[in-house]
Design a protein around this ligand. Sequence first.
Ligand code: RUQ
Ligand code: CUA
Length: 641
Amino acid sequence: MKQSKSKLHTQNLSQSETRDEVIKGRRDFINSMALVGGSALIGVGCRPNSKEADAPPLPKVEDQHINSAHIKPGQLDDYYGFWSGGQSGEIRILGVPSMRELKRIPVFNRCSATGWGATDFSKALLDGKMSGDTHHVHLSYKNGTYDGRYVFVNDKASARLARVNCDTMEVDRIISIPNSQGTHGIFPQRHKTGYVFCNAEFRTPPINDGRDMNTPSRYGSMHTAVDGETMQVKWQVLIEGNLDLCATDYEGKYSFATCYNSEGGVTLEQMMGADQDHLYVFNIKNCERAVAEKKTITLGDSQIPVIDARGKDSPYVMRVPVPKSPHGVNVSPDGKYAMCAGKLSPTVSVIKIDILAAAFAKKISPRDCVVAEPEVGLGPLHTAFDGKGNAYTSIFIDSVMTKWNIDKAITAYKSSDGKTPNPIVQKLDVHYQVGHTNASMSETKDADGRWLIALCKFSKDRYLNVGPLHNENDQLIDISGDEMKMMHDGPTFPEPHDCVIVAKDLIHPSKIQSRRTPRFRMYEAWAKEDGVNLMKDNKVIRRKDGVVRIYMTSRAPNFGMRDFKVKTGETLQIILTNQDNVEDLSHGFCVSLHDVNFLVNANDTNSMTFKAGKPGVYWYYCPWFCHALHLEMRGRMFVEG
Ligand code: RUQ
Ligand code: CUA
């Protein structure tokens, strides 16, 4: 309701008013809403549970903390949070610290609001697969921090990698990772937009065409290097174990993968058998050399060069022994250490990165690279950093966040009792069963120690009961002081698996659709074929291939065509260009009874293909509230027999 009102407000401005005035008008409107809403929010927004709703007002000290996380209406957040959407197959953008959900970016899913999955461009990218399981989101880097260009996200379900263009916040590429199942951990290089590494979690027969099905000893999994710029798969390393989480160093020398099934088991009991697993360290230069010197194989139909590194340490990969079934691996912002969380061991193994070269050269043993192994609690999964020498590990079974000091952990490891000084600074209860964690700018050299997020898998009693499927619970923790302080609960629809928190100055999306993406190159090629000017023409083109292309424009509150005529059973392609070059003025196109419904942003072109139904009149209309005469923004499709 609020949104449509504000859109109407904008439309009431006369045509001579400039875009800036339109935007200013909107801001004034928002500010006036803030005045109305503001007082109502004080004291209601952040009460932790119903018991306290009856209690007297919270003490002053608490109020101050609540205010630091509370972004008032009309005010902007300090950070963009990029959340993966888990089983929903999408990415979400949240404002941090408010935890307001700002956007959902459809990726591996069908989205009714935007038409993603049904529009021609997205359909081609998805290639018939309409579901996904996104776990890990990471942005492209330059010199150890985010460059604001791309977001990468994995699909564990169908072994894919997608890229979002941060200018438009839309997916521009989706690729399939060959020879892989369960593509799980991904991580881009941090010195520049180089490779994005993708780990396959599921071991399969290397050539998976029916052979070796019952010989798990021959199974393997892939560590894949994708070029983040071209989104081409460059090379793969075949490994005997299964690969879980992924990280890169800051210099472009190594990529890391945790391996929790060195046993090579296929049942749960077998996978947990051994007391020791590994952090795999891939030597990128050596892998590139093997590819250049063609010391590679190819598998099945794939032409991708594969380095067979199964079995034992080689110049390509080294196995650093760590306690059983490690999970997360995270590199500290100073680039010195890779933290390998124990999962089934209550420890985090701290691996010193600058001595890995000596281990590759066999001057020291791989295990010598472990310089600390603090006990952090039961079920450690992932580690974040504050840039001030502290690490924060999410502890699943204990439901706590453990703050520990990295230098103290290293000193303690060397000490006679292995425990002095005590590196544990604080444990904070989280609710409940925390999976991933991340801190503001934690995955960059500029970790700033302001906010920590605990992504909790269970919310149990934290929210009103909404039926069997409960919310996830993302908790916001203030880490700016000596002690962690819980600030906010953020309910989420399942299952934001992981997130990164990015300073707002690093992200600069366009406010009007940019027409410089692969999607527009496709439309420009079509228009050229058909001799049509996308921005101006309203034409029905009956092509030789039998497809009827209907090029149409929109400008509030009109479509460029009041009607058009087609025949039953014809394949129709509606290509709609929105001539309105006004911020926030989206239209859409919906054809009654034809399952056609898609969004066309300001200055955008989008299209969908469908078959004309039975003879009759079908209204097409604009489904986005765009104008006082929005309901009149429609036309008729005449379908003749
Ligand atoms: S994994 S809860 Cu898919 Cu990121 Cu660790
Ligand atoms: Cu255009 Cu509603």
